[in-house]
Design a binder for this molecule. Structure first.
Ligand SMILES: Nc1ncnc2c1ncn2[C@@H]1O[C@H](COP(=O)(O)OP(=O)(O)OP(=O)(O)O)[C@@H](O)[C@H]1O
Length: 768
C-alpha cells in the first residue's frame, strides 16, 4: 500500500510511514471505524423506517404503482412516493390504515368519494388520479408535488423566530380560498392543516380534499387528531359539517402564520392591522360555529381588506362574548354542502365581509406606502405563474410590433372628432428606475417615529375630509341597478379605495421589489428542502424572465424620456403647480429634475376633494385625490369597446374628450379593493371573461354583463377588453382571460405601439 501522506510504498502492517513518519495504522483504523459506523447507522435507520411502513419499497399497487420511499405519515395513513409504471412518472400514493374501512358500506363510500374527487381540477387542488383498496388499505394516487409543506415552512420559520408578513400571507389565504371554493361545491375540506398545504414558488396546492367525505363520520371523528387546525365539532360524529369547519381551519392557519401556534386568539395588543387580524382569527376560530364567518370567502375578503388597507375592520372578529363589542349578528344559515343555496357567494353579506371603519380610512395612506404583496406572486394573477403556466393565462403578451399606424376608430365619436395635437408622452413614472428601485425605504419610513407622527396627523386630516365628503351617504356595498345612468352613479356614495401617492407613483416600482421577493422565497425553499431544487430553479427562471421584461420596460421608458424631454421641461412648471394645487390627476406625472424624470412621490399632495365629474363618469374618492373614471369602456355604454387600439391612440382619444388615461393606481381603485370587481370570489359568468370551462367568449357591448360592476360603479373593469393605463400597461383581462388575469390585481407591461383584438381602454379625468 501507499502512504496516504507522501505516497511512499509501505508494508501493510506498518504502523508508521518509513518515509514521512505519519501514523498509518491509526489513520486506517479511524477511517474504517467511521465508515462502519456510518454503514451501521444507515442500516439502523433503514430498518427503523421500514419498520413502520405498511408495505416495503417495491410493493406494486393496482398492478401499476410501485412504491418507493415514504414521504410522510398522518393520522389516517401514510404517503409514499411511487412510480406509475404505466406512464413512467412519479406519483404520490396515500395509503390509509386498514381500520378506516369497517364495512362494505365504508368501502363504497370511500371509492365513491374519491372517484368524485378525481373531477376536481382547480389548480390549487392536488389532482387525484385513481383510488382503490390494496390488501385492506384504501389508497389514492395523486400528482406528486415537488414542494414544501406549509408545516415545514412554519417549522423552519419558527426556528428562526420568524413570522409571516401579512402581505405574503394574502396570496396564501386567497389560494386556499380558491381551492376550498372549488371543493366546497360538494363537501367542505375539514382536514385543512399545514401538512395538507404544499407551497411551490408560484403556486399553492391543497391535499386531502376528499378525506372528510370518504370516511364514515365516526371514523373521521375517531381519528381526527387533536390537531389545532381541525374544527372542534368534527370530533363529534353527530355534527353535520358545513363550510364553517374550513373557516375554523383557515383562522387557525392564519393564527399560526402570523402569531404562532401558541397564540391565544384575541389577546394581541399592538399594531392596528395585526390587531384586526387577531380579531378576525378570533371570530374564525370561535368554538361555537354560529359565531364564525359564514364562509371562507367572507373571511378571506375581510383578510384582504385588512392587508390592502391596513384598516381595523368595524366588525371583523366581533364575537358575542366580547363584552365591549355589540353582539355579533348570527351568521346567516349555511345551506348543507351541495344543497341549493350553498353557493358561498350567496352567503357573503356586508356583515360577513366587514366594512372598513370610516375613521380608519386615512391610515391607508401610511400603510400602503409599504411594500405590497410579496407572495402575491404565488397567486394565479402573477407573472411568474403565467410564465410557468403559459396556457392558463391568455394575456396579450405577443411580442411588441413596431408602432403601427393607429387603427381607424370604430366609434363615430372618435371618427368625427378633430385631430388633436399629440401631447408629449408622459414618461411612465416608475419604469426608468424599476429594476433597481426598491420600495423598502418607504416601508422603513412608515415605521419611523416621524413617519408615525406624520401618519397620525394625516389620519386626523383625512378623517375630517372624508367625513365632510361622505356626509350622510350610505355605503355602496350593494351594487345598485346595473342600468343606472352613469352620471347618476357619480352622485352615489363611492367606495373609499386604498391608495397613496407612493403607491400611485410607484405601483410598478413595486414590481421590482416583488421580483426580489420571488427570488427570496425561492431561496427560502432551497435552504429548507433539497427536493425543491427544481421548483426553485423554475422560480429563478421565471424571475429572470420578469427581470428581462422590466429591463425592457426601463429601456422603453428611457427612450420615451429622451424624446419627451424638451416638451416636458417646458411643461414642468405647470405640472408642478398643478401638483401642489392638489390635482388628483397629476399623481402619475413625473417631476422634472434637470432632464431626469422621477415620480412626485416625495411631495404628498393634499387630497383633491372636488366631486363634479363629466357626464358618463363616476367619482372615485381616493386618498391621493378624487378622480373621475368612465363608467364604461370607451366609447361608452352599449357600444362595442374600441379595441386594437395602441396606447398612443388611447391617450389621444381620451384627450379629445378632455380626459386622460387612468393611472394604474386609479384603475385599481376604480376596480375596487378586492380581487375582482364584485369581491374576492371568482365567478366566470359575472364578467365577459373566458367561460367556466376556459373557453373564450367574444367582445361584447360595454355594460352588457350587468353584474360585472365594481363598487365604484364601473362596468367591465375585468373582462371584455384589457385596458390601457398611463403607465403603458394593460389591466383587467379580456373576453378570453381566466381568473388569474381577469382580476383587479392583474396588469402587464405592454409595448405602447401594440394594439390587439382584446385591448381597449377607458378614460379618467379630474373632478371639478
Ligand atoms: N401529493 C403529494 N405530494 C407530495 N407530498 C405530499 C403529497 N400529499 C401529501 N404529501 C406530504 O406527505 C406528508 C404526509 O401526508 P398526510 O396527508 O398523510 O399527512 P397529514 O395530513 O398530516 O395526515 P392526515 O391527512 O392523515 O391527517 C405531508 O407532509 C404532506 O405534505
Amino acid at each position: 500500500m501507499l502512504c496516504h501522506q507522501c505516497g511512499s510504498p509501505v508494508e501493510d502492517d506498518a504502523q508508521k510511514c518509513p518515509n514521512c513518519g505519519v501514523g498509518l495504522r491509526r489513520a486506517r483504523r479511524k477511517t474504517k471505524t467511521s465508515a462502519e459506523g456510518l454503514r451501521r447507522m444507515t442500516m439502523e435507520l433503514k430498518a427503523l423506517d421500514v419498520q413502520g411502513l405498511y408495505f416495503p419499497p417495491g410493493e406494486v399497487i393496482a398492478e401499476r404503482f410501485k412504491l418507493e420511499e415514504r414521504i410522510g405519515e398522518g393520522s389516517f395513513g401514510q404517503v409514499y412516493r411511487a412510480e406509475d409504471t404505466l406512464i413512467e412518472t412519479d406519483v404520490a400514493i396515500k395509503l390509509f390504515a386498514t381500520d378506516v374501512l369497517r364495512t362494505p358500506i365504508d368501502e363504497e363510500r370511500f371509492l365513491k368519494a374519491t372517484r368524485a374527487a378525481r373531477a376536481l381540477t382547480q389548480r390549487n387542488v392536488v389532482r387525484l388520479h385513481d383510488s382503490g383498496v390494496h390488501k385492506g388499505h384504501p389508497w389514492v394516487s395523486m400528482q406528486h408535488l415537488e414542494g414544501l409543506s406549509l408545516d415545514k415552512v412554519l417549522k423552519m420559520r419558527g426556528e428562526r423566530g420568524q413570522r409571516f408578513e401579512l402581505d405574503e400571507l394574502e396570496p396564501i389565504v386567497q389560494q386556499i380560498t380558491l381551492a376550498l371554493q372549488h371543493i366546497g361545491r360538494d363537501y367542505p375540506h375539514g382536514n385543512l392543516k399545514p401538512q395538507n398545504i404544499i407551497l411551490m414558488p408560484d403556486l399553492l396546492k391543497v391535499t386531502d380534499t376528499y378525506v372528510l367525505a370518504a370516511l364514515a363520520p365516526e371514523v373521521f371523528a375517531g381519528r381526527a387528531d387533536e390537531s389545532p387546525f381541525v374544527a372542534p365539532e368534527l370530533r363529534s360524529a353527530s355534527v353535520v359539517p358545513d363550510a364553517r369547519v374550513d373557516v375554523y381551519s383557515v383562522g387557525a392557519l392564519i393564527k399560526a402564520m402570523v402569531f404562532g401556534q401558541e397564540h391565544t386568539p384575541g389577546s394581541y395588543q399592538g399594531e392596528s392591522p395585526l390587531e384586526a387580524v387577531d380579531a378576525l382569527v378570533r371570530r374564525a376560530m370561535a368554538f361555537d360555529r354560529s359565531e364564525r364567518y359564514a364562509s371562507v370567502e367572507a373571511l378571506s375578503e375581510d383578510f384582504s381588506t385588512i392587508v390592502d388597507t391596513g384598516l381595523r375592520l368595524a366588525n371583523a372578529g366581533v364575537v358575542s362574548e366580547a363584552p365591549a363589542a355589540p353582539p355579533a349578528p348570527p351568521a346567516p344559515p349555511v345551506a348543507p354542502p351541495g344543497a341549493p343555496g350553498a353557493d358561498p357567494l350567496a352567503q357573503e353579506t356586508a356583515m360577513d365581509i366587514g366594512e372598513p371603519l370610516e375613521d380608519d380610512i386615512a391610515t391607508v395612506e401610511v400603510k400602503r406606502s409599504s411594500q405590497k404583496p410579496e407572495l402575491i406572486d404565488m397567486l394565479p394573477t402573477n407573472e411568474v405563474d403565467r410564465d410557468a403556466h403559459p396556457t392558463s393565462a391568455k394575456a396579450p403578451v405577443a411580442p411588441a410590433p413596431p408602432v403601427a399606424p393607429p387603427a381607424e376608430p370604430e366609434a363615430p365619436l372618435a371618427d368625427d372628432a378633430p385631430e388633436l395635437e399629440e401631447r408629449p408622452p408622459v414618461v411612465p413614472t416608475q419604469v426608468a428606475a424599476a429594476p433597481k428601485a426598491k420600495t423598502t425605504p418607504a416601508k422603513r419610513e412608515s415605521k419611523s417615529p416621524a413617519g408615525l407622527i406624520a401618519a397620525v396627523v394625516l389620519v386626523v386630516v383625512l378623517i375630517a375630509v372624508f367625513a365632510l365628503n361622505r356626509g350622510g351617504e350610505d355605503d355602496a356595498a350593494e351594487a345598485p341597478e346595473p342600468v343606472a345612468q352613469a352620471n347618476e352613479v357619480s352622485e352615489e356614495p363611492q367606495e373609499e379605495v386604498a391608495s397613496s401617492p407612493e403607491a400611485d407613483a410607484g405601483a410598478d416600482v413595486d414590481e421590482a421589489a416583488l421580483q426580489a421577493e420571488r427570488e427570496a422565497f425561492g431561496a427560502l425553499l432551497a435552504q429548507a428542502e433539497p427536493q425543491t431544487e427544481k421548483a426553485v430553479s423554475d422560480a429563478t427562471q421565471a424571475a429572470q424572465t420578469r427581470a428581462e421584461e422590466l429591463a425592457e420596460e426601463a429601456r422603453a421608458a428611457e427612450a420615451a424620456a429622451t424624446e419627451a424631454a424638451p416638451a416636458a421641461v417646458a411643461q414642468a412648471d405647470s405640472s408642478a403647480s398643478s401638483a401642489s394645487a392638489g390635482n388628483g390627476s397629476s399623481a402619475s406625472q413625473p417631476a422634472q429634475t434637470g432632464g431626469a424624470t422621477r415620480p412626485t412621490q416625495q411631495a404628498p399632495r393634499p387630497a383633491a376633494n372636488a366631486t363634479d365629474c363629466p357626464p358618463g363618469m363616476l367619482l372615485v374618492r381616493a386618498n391621493a385625490g378624487n378622480f373621475c373614471v368612465d363608467a364604461y369602456e370607451y366609447p361608452g355604454r352599449g357600444r362595442t369597446p374600441k379595441n386594437r387600439v395602441t396606447w398612443f391612440e388611447a391617450r389621444r382619444l381620451c384627450a379629445q374628450d378632455n380626459k386622460r388615461l387612468c393611472t394604474m393606481s386609479e384603475w385599481r381603485s376604480a376596480c375596487g379593493g378586492a380581487a375582482f370587481p364584485y369581491g374576492n370570489s371568482y365567478d366566470a359568468d359575472r364578467c365577459n371573461t373566458a367561460d367556466e370551462d376556459g373557453f373564450e367568449r367574444s367582445l361584447a357591448a360595454a355594460g352588457s354583463f350587468a353584474q360585472c360592476r365594481s363598487r365604484s360603479g364601473a362596468f367591465d373593469m375585468t373582462g371584455n377588453v384589457f385596458e390601457w393605463v398611463e403607465e403603458q400597461r394593460v389591466a383587467g383581462g379580456g373576453y378570453d382571460s381566466e381568473s388569474d388575469v381577469a382580476s383587479c390585481r392583474y396588469s402587464s407591461p405592454k409595448a405602447p405601439g401594440s394594439g390587439e383584438a382584446n385591448i381597449g381602454f377607458r378614460c379618467c379625468a379630474s373632478p371639478e
